[in-house]
Design a protein around this ligand. Structure first.
Ligand code: HEC
Ligand code: HEC
Length: 201
């Protein structure tokens, strides 16, 4: 009996902790007005350098907005937009965008084969692992592991991030995961895989 009671208490604490951290999507939609100019009303932006944030895991969006706010990830356009967000604003915005559906891009035919090859099998000559191992066969990533969804992302944004990881300017990746991988990609591989993921689903 006594043991059972402790399990109930521990469970109640876990649930309460989770509820406090979780974002409110409806509140997030209200707070998204200043974001619409670039990320559009539903998080599918019209411009290649403005990432699609629709359908992204809330946990990843939270991490990135905090990094942009706190200066561990820097971008001249986006950093000022994150500067005044509270932790609660960030949770709410992340919950709102996670509930939106990402729109897929169309992949030029000549990029599909090379992009698919790298994404699905990596490159054994340069010790590049398959992107799929973490970002998933369908590009949906893995929320608990912290692997973001890539499917439907703009190729221009993907290529820019791979170059930022390769140069070390973006260092939000724990244990250098993406910096190590991106530094081993050729220009042609970055181009092909960036196009490929925009249509991945
Ligand atoms: C003036 C244009 C602009 C506005 C307004 C803007 N953003 Fe951004 N946002 C960007 C750009 C550009 C990037 C990409 C930065 C980079 O290349 O590293 C970005 C990146 C992001 C990312 C990271 C995405 C990823 O996949 O890592 C998130 C999350 C985000 N914005 C959320 C928001 C939210 C929430 C708001 C409103 C509070 C907002 N943005 C307002 C331009 C904007
Ligand atoms: C071992 C796991 C792993 C593998 C393999 C991997 N990634 Fe990643 N990737 C991550 C993690 C973790 C992040 C988030 C890092 C961060 O917070 O900055 C990420 C982030 C990214 C981003 C930034 C997304 C955004 O919205 O800003 C891109 C682009 C990306 N990866 C592309 C690739 C490509 C292309 C490959 C294959 C060549 C690949 N990744 C292989 C784990 C991986």
């Amino acid at each position: 009996m006594r043991g059972g009671k402790w399990i109930v208490v521990a469970f109640a604490l876990t649930v309460a902790g989770g509820a406090q951290a979780a974002g409110d999507a409806a509140a997030g939609q209200q707070k998204s007005a200043p974001c619409q100019a670039c990320h559009s009303t539903d998080g599918n932006s019209a411009v290649g350098m403005y990432p699609n944030i629709a359908g992204q895991h809330a946990s990843y969006t939270v991490t990135q907005l905090k990094a942009l706010r706190d200066g561990t990830r820097k971008d001249p356009v986006m950093s000022p937009m994150a500067a005044n967000l509270s932790d609660q604003d960030i949770e709410d915005l992340a919950a709102f965008y996670a509930g939106q559906k990402v729109k897929l891009g169309s992949v030029p035919d000549d990029k599909v084969a090379a992009g698919a090859q790298l994404y699905r099998a990596g490159n054994s000559n340069t010790a590049v692992p398959a992107c799929m191992a973490c970002h998933g066969p369908d590009g949906k990533g893995n929320a608990p592991a912290g692997w973001p969804a890539l499917g439907g992302q703009h190729p221009e944004y993907i290529a820019k991030q791979l170059n930022l990881y390769a140069s070390g300017e973006r260092s939000t990746d724990l244990n250098n995961i993406m910096r190590d991988i991106a530094a081993r990609l050729s220009k042609a591989e970055i181009d092909a895989v960036s196009q490929y993921v925009s249509g991945l689903h």
